[in-house]
Design a protein around this ligand. Structure first.
Ligand SMILES: Nc1nc2c(c(=O)[nH]1)N[C@H]1C(S)=C(S)[C@@H](COP(=O)(O)O)O[C@H]1N2
Ligand SMILES: [Mo]
Length: 349
């Protein structure tokens, strides 16, 4: 069944269609020598919705722990890491159904409330993650290893989306630094590139050719080994449900949410700055670092405040903090040269 789906928040007000399609159409129109009027007409013809098939029944809610064997289930809930055990900054924990009912995961469509349904039944088993590139100990690990390879811990983190909404949730997982230590990166490994699965048969949003799937992200290696960088296997004391990026996603709480890549299948050590998904989709708006910054004016959403999705509508706007309030962990990373990659061209696609 084809239905009309509202525009995603990541799309700018002025467009009814996604910018990447707009960009490529603009390039085509330019190449054909059409005028602005021709472009406007082309845009009108496209209509104001994206065709997306709804693949599941929205009245059915997937249980949060589908098919988890007892040997893995028993690892949850993991012990809280005392450093991140409390809800920070006088915030409140976001209720689980709200966090799990409002998701950015374009692989499952651009409508945040629909993602949980479109992601139902997505096969996360078997799953393989490749750790590869410039390292002495490349390895792959599977669904069981994701949960068993390193000691799991729980951390309450804030997540701040560039769309100026935020939430506070308890993730379960392990430090990215542990995985990096095991991989033994070489001295020329200056960045870590991560990639999401590609499975358009099972991920309806990946049939939307406006976006350059599979999703890809990256960190500087010093960011990746920072204490805060966390590979996430669970939430609210159980295995991660699909809409949050099962079976493995990243949490980098001082950066905008889109850096926290979901559905990871590859972690690759590279020697120069990798291209990343959103800066490729909307050039000049997002940069490689994308640290939370209340003074940022390159994005269409006012970054000075944010809305906590767990609080009732109309509640007070919360002032946004530089580095999302995690400056004591990460500010040192950005005091030397190379702070902004805004105008840098990625070397690796
Ligand atoms: N693969 C993939 N990862 C992704 C996204 C996506 O569309 N695809 N969206 C990002 C964005 S914009 C945000 S805000 C967070 C949302 O995470 P949550 O749904 O668990 O709150 O996931 C990020 N990771
Ligand atoms: Mo986001």
């Amino acid at each position: 069944m084809l239905i009309k789906i509202p525009r995603g928040w990541e799309l700018p007000e002025r467009l009814c269609i996604s910018e990447s399609r707009y960009m490529s159409r603009r390039q085509i129109v330019k190449a054909l020598g059409f005028t602005g009027a021709g472009l406007a007409a082309a845009r009108l013809l496209t209509g104001c919705f994206v065709d997306e098939e709804r693949i599941s029944d929205p009245t059915f809610k997937e249980p949060f722990e589908p098919n988890v064997p007892p040997s893995i289930d028993s690892l949850y809930p993991a012990d809280p890491n005392p450093e991140f055990a409390d809800v920070p900054d006088g915030r409140t924990m976001t209720p689980e159904d709200i966090a799990g009912g409002y998701n950015n995961y374009y692989e499952f469509g651009i409508n945040k409330t629909q993602v949980q349904f479109n992601a139902q039944g997505f096969p996360t088993k078997p799953w393989q993650v490749r750790v590869t590139g410039l390292c002495d100990n490349p390895f792959t690990f599977d669904w069981d290893d994701i949960h068993k390879m390193f000691a799991l811990e729980e951390r309450v983190y804030k997540l701040r989306c560039v769309e100026a909404w935020s939430m506070v949730v308890p993730w379960t997982g392990f430090p990215l630094a542990k995985l990096i230590e095991k991989a033994q990166p070489r001295s020329n490994a200056r960045f870590v590139r991560m990639e999401t699965f590609h499975d358009p048969d099972n991920a309806v949003g990946q049939r939307n050719l406006d976006y350059p799937f599979p999703y890809y992200e990256g960190l500087r290696i010093d960011e990746a080994v920072n204490e805060l960088s966390f590979l996430v296997t669970g939430i609210f004391g159980h295995v991660l449900p699909n809409q949050h990026g099962a079976p493995l996603r990243l949490a980098t709480p001082w950066k905008y949410g889109f850096k926290s890549i979901k559905g990871i299948v590859e972690i690759r050590f590279v020697d120069s700055m990798p291209a990343t998904f959103w800066p490729d989709v909307v050039p000049d708006r997002y940069d490689f670092l994308s640290n939370v910054d209340p003074t940022d004016t390159q994005v269409p959403w006012d970054q000075s405040t944010e809305r906590d999705i767990g609080l009732p509508d109309g509640s007070e706007e919360i002032p946004t903090k530089l580095y999302n309030g995690y400056g004591n962990y990460v500010a040192d990373l950005y005091t030397s040269d190379g702070e902004s990659f805004r105008n840098d061209e990625p070397d690796i696609k």
